[in-house]
Design a protein around this ligand. Structure first.
Ligand code: TTP
Ligand code: MG
Length: 396
């Protein structure tokens, strides 16, 4: 049966809220993040308005760099409580359209609306209604992608940002995908993209022209995955809250870092994201996970089971920092950090640690996990990067 999947992502979320609440910021380059202190500030940009993006400012950039690029910008410190409140209001709108809502972050979700057609009309009209309802409720714009699966919906929502609505119809999948740059492929990190380019593959269409067996020879299991995506095939369901086994988020730095202040800030941001998703789903977890990847791709995962359960940002952050301080080899450059929570109180039986996917799980579980990982982490898929490292592609 054909599905209708929506991917919703708010536009310049934190910055848009600040502009909404402070009309004098409207239409101006606005940067939400650390205090720039006349260019000497430490810490990073959370996000910025589209006006600021024109100057090259973006999320996760050191605030000092943002200040160089955009000295006349308006700089505001994040107000997490406010953003969470707005997020809750916005998610309540998502649930008006379907019970099957999978939160991905504070401003982003998949919604399976296949069962809602009779109530709300076809995919495109649901998309329009959703956007309108969000605007009515929180006075902010969202970008929406509508497609037969998650992969396509996620790409679609990003194509016409801000305030976009992009529909991918069943019969138009190939023509939709063909011109897209290969870097848009879910699970293709920088290294993989480089390999594709060396193979002369620069667009998804060019990848789609490659026979499956060659891709499998070159990339192993990932080859099958890339083949499927290039042909617009993605059968992963939208997981609603009660099905989740673990909640985690990770971040790859644009430039490798050893500055613990920046790493702490990122861990805080990730803890907030994870804790937020837990609360959003009414979950609390007993086991926390930290993942670190050094610049040479050496990756460590550490778990800690805590007394009681956690869904609170501060508690999670404190535990994560404890784990980090214990395990980080000071001075070494870090490429990626991840934070996760599992062992939910309602959960019986086997617990799956996403971060340990590549090492300790049986292969039967791996497929399932890889799917989850791609869902959870978007482009930077842990297992993918790891398999690239341990199994260099054979020339064929
Ligand atoms: P995003 O949806 O990635 O970004 P955005 O909503 O600001 O802009 P876009 O229109 O491109 O979607 O993230 C949502 C919010 O999460 C963002 O407003 C601020 C916060 N955030 C951080 O604090 N740090 C980060 O590194 C990123 C990526 C986001
Ligand atoms: Mg957004």
């Amino acid at each position: 049966m054909n599905r209708i999947i929506l991917h919703v992502d708010m536009d310049a979320f934190f910055a848009a809220i600040e502009q909404r609440n402070n009309p004098e910021y409207m239409g101006k380059p606005l940067i939400v993040g650390a205090d720039p202190k006349d260019g000497k500030g430490r810490g990073v940009v959370s996000t910025c308005s589209y006006e600021a993006r024109k100057f090259g400012v973006h999320s996760a950039m050191p605030i000092s760099r943002a200040y160089k690029l955009c000295p006349h910008g308006i700089y505001v410190y994040p107000n997490g409580k406010l953003y969470s409140q707005v997020s809750r209001e916005m998610f309540s709108v998502f649930y008006e359209f379907s019970d099957l809502v999978e939160p991905l972050s504070i401003d982003e979700a998949f919604i399976d609306v296949t069962g809602s057609i009779r109530l709300f009309g076809d995919g495109p009209s649901i998309g329009e209604k959703l956007k309108r309802r969000i605007y009515e409720k929180v006075n902010l714009t969202a970008s929406v992608g509508i497609a037969p699966n998650k992969f396509l919906a996620k790409i679609a929502s990003d194509l016409k940002k801000p305030d976009g609505l992009v529909v991918v119809k069943e019969g138009e999948i190939d023509s939709f995908l063909a011109p897209l740059d290969i870097s848009r492929l879910w699970g293709a990190g920088e290294k993989t993209v480089q390999i594709f380019r060396k193979m002369g593959i620069n667009t998804v269409g060019e990848l789609a022209g490659f026979p499956k067996d060659i891709l499998i020879k070159k990339f192993g299991k990932a080859g099958q995955h890339f083949y499927n995506l290039a042909h617009g095939i993605d059968n992963r369901p939208v997981y609603n809250a009660t099905e989740a086994k673990s909640v985690s988020n990770e971040n790859t730095f644009n430039d490798d870092v050893s500055d613990t202040e920046i790493i702490y800030k990122t861990l805080l941001w990730l803890s907030e994201k994870v804790a937020y998703r837990l609360r959003q789903s009414n979950l609390k977890g007993k086991t926390i996970h930290l993942k670190l990847r050094y610049d040479n791709f050496e990756t460590i995962s550490r778990d800690k089971t805590i007394p009681g359960y956690v869904s609170n940002t501060e508690t999670l952050y404190k535990k994560i920092i404890e784990l980090f301080d214990k395990n980080y080899q000071k001075g070494r450059k870090i490429r990626l950090v991840g934070v996760g929570v599992s062992g939910f109180d309602r959960q019986l039986g086997e617990q799956i640690s996403l971060f340990d996917a590549g090492r300790s799980q049986k292969s039967r579980k791996l497929d399932e996990l890889e799917d989850l990982l791609i869902d959870r982490f978007g482009k930077e898929v842990i297992s993918r990067a790891e398999s690239m490292k341990t199994k260099p592609p054979k020339s064929s």
